[in-house]
Ligand binder design. Structure first.
Ligand code: SAM
Length: 292
């Protein structure tokens, strides 16, 4: 059996063999520590019946650990230069399918139907490319895929915002967009030294577990997200000022905004960062008839 891919020596060997040079623009920071990879996979609680979707397999460091811990892995990789490398490094595993392409443009739902029909459990596990972490996570959550959740490595600063609670400076529309669909928790803080090349920022692993039911039932999801984004447009402004300046015709409809705030039990002088997701839900439903 070959040595694990994710050691500094083996990674260097593979890169040298193929003359591979990292593309910063594709967020290529590969993991070179098998223990960290095993801990990431442990947080996904996979069984031998599970399916795993990976975004950005690189040279296969995480893919290999997923192949050992699940029934099947499907991995989206944008960089064509990595395809021959992956078919070499992952040749010991017959349960991996690499899909060439940009995950943001891919029909992930169709891939799930084709690759994982009948699977009782499906998780996304990834060391994400940092230039597109939030678009990828939001795409995977908003498309209503039959996944149990996502375990992924990303910038610590973004992990802090995703998992933030009301009343903290990290809490904002991103926290709400993700916690609306999932329970979010930071499960690991990861040092720069386990990457090649080392990124400029600190990293963390978050686990997002899909809620069976959304945290709040709202009348119109899209409008709920419009209201939350509007409420944080300028963090130092009150919720009333943000909504009047951001909502369509907000200035002329200030009285209607005040009435909606009152109906949902939110003081107009509060700031967006103090509202719970439930309060945003009530507020969005109260605003909806006059602003959509
Ligand atoms: N999984 C590997 C590891 O942990 O060592 C590599 C992770 S590296 C941080 C991110 C990977 O995502 C790179 O292989 C990069 O080429 C790939 N990638 C970047 N943008 C992508 C996109 N839009 N769709 C699919 N893969 C992408």
């Amino acid at each position: 059996m070959n040595k694990d891919i994710a050691t500094p020596v083996r990674t260097k060997e593979i890169l040298k063999k193929y003359g591979f040079s990292f593309k910063k623009s594709l967020g290529q920071n590969f993991l070179i520590d098998t223990n960290i990879l095993k801990r990431i996979v442990d947080h996904a609680n996979l069984t031998e019946e599970s399916g795993a979707i990976e975004i950005g397999p690189g040279i296969g460091a995480l893919t290999e650990q997923l192949a050992k811990s699940s029934k099947k892995v499907a991995a989206f990789e944008i960089d064509q230069r990595l395809l021959p490398i992956l078919s070499d490094t992952l040749s010991p595993y017959d349960n991996v399918n690499i899909i060439h392409g940009d995950v943001l443009k891919a029909d992930v739902k169709r891939v799930v139907e084709e690759e994982f029909a009948g699977f009782p459990d499906l998780m996304v596990v990834a060391n994400l490319p940092y230039y597109v972490t939030t678009p990828i996570i939001l795409k995977l959550l908003s498309e209503n895929l039959p996944i149990r959740g996502i375990v992924c490595m990303l910038q610590k600063e973004v992990a802090d915002r995703i998992a933030a609670k009301p009343g903290t400076k990290e809490y904002g529309s991103l926290s709400i967009a993700i916690q609306y669909y999932t329970e979010a928790e930071t499960v690991m803080i990861v040092p720069k030294t386990v990457f090649m090349p080392q990124p400029n920022v600190d990293s963390a692993v978050i686990r997002l577990t899909k809620r069976v039911k959304p945290i709040v039932e709202v009348l119109d999801e899209d409008f709920f997200f419009v209201v939350t984004r509007a409420s944080f447009a300028q963090r130092r402004k009150t919720i009333l000022n943000n909504l009047t300046s951001q909502l369509q015709d907000g200035k002329t409809k200030k009285e209607l905004i005040l009435a909606a705030l009152e109906a949902s039990g939110v003081e107009p002088s509060r700031r967006g960062e103090t509202l719970s997701i439930e309060e945003f839900g009530r507020l969005s439903d109260a605003l909806l008839p006059n602003f959509k």
